[in-house]
Design a protein around this ligand. Sequence first.
Ligand SMILES: Nc1ncnc2c1ncn2[C@@H]1O[C@H](COP(=O)(O)OP(=O)(O)O)[C@@H](O)[C@H]1O
Ligand SMILES: [Mg+2]
Length: 314
Amino acid sequence: MTEPLILIEALSKRFQSGGGLFARPRAMMAVRDVSLSVGRGEVVGVVGESGCGKSTLARLVLRLIEPTAGTVRFDGTDLTGLPPAALRRMRRRMAMVFQDPYSSLDPRYTLTDVLSEPYRVQGEPLPTGRVAEMLGAVGLPEAMATSHPHQLSGGQRQRVGIARALALAPDFVVLDEPTASLDVSIQAQIIALLSDLRDRLGLTYLFISHDLGLVRYFCNRIVVMYLGAVVEVLPAATATPRHPYTQALIASGFVPDPAARRAIVPVAGEVPSPFNLPPGCAFAGRCPRATDQCRTTRPALSDEAHPVACFHPI
Ligand SMILES: Nc1ncnc2c1ncn2[C@@H]1O[C@H](COP(=O)(O)OP(=O)(O)O)[C@@H](O)[C@H]1O
Ligand SMILES: [Mg+2]
């Protein structure tokens, strides 16, 4: 078997925050011992509530931040040990699309500037006609090349964000909540575009979202995170969840109106502080199936076709 395009092993990230004259700095694990793989051409989803470590995982995978522990292999090469020049060459093959298309685009730039920036960073000349080609690929008119981001709608700006990510023809793209700040109708158009680009360009995606309904629609396999750790890997979008947390997410995830969806508290009970995690399962305090074992012992992700980190899976 050939190695998957992305192979993440036992990845952890610890953040230190606060601290001052009288306060001791506090440490928390934003990502805890995460292992996962993404095969070539696959779309793997990462889902979980806000603050569970999705963006931190995204940045670790592209080595935009350094891990506290663990490794990320890209096409057989360990990125964690790569010197800067080799990392820069490797970065050509990976890209990221961010949630907020506005804050990730420099307002002083024209779209030509935005789309030629990846070439500048790599120290490569911009091929003739490339800007028009990229705008065309994401469904924007060539005449927009001289526009500035503020002249565009939210959906158009995210199309620019996607074009910029694809400028250097990467193999792998991390999509970090790419539609979270868009209206539902625009969201559907962006998802359709991403799906079309994946087919045409043979891309591999890691698709991050807090919306399990959306992830189930778009992804081949789904990783569910809770407080920095993987609690379940759904082997197919249609798989029935086994973890009580994923079940609770599903129960709250199919309200079509995003405003109403946000109003729903997805799971009852209080989320423990990431600065002070309980000794057992992090979900035990909110879980209807929890027993004494769950409160004292941390369940590991099982080694099964449908892995779950739970002593009493469904
Ligand atoms: N640079 C940082 N310094 C300290 N804490 C951070 C930093 N980045 C993220 N965190 C914390 O790590 C946790 C996970 O954050 P994040 O990865 O952004 O979650 P998500 O993308 O799932 O909403 C949060 O508690 C957040 O406050
Ligand atoms: Mg995030």
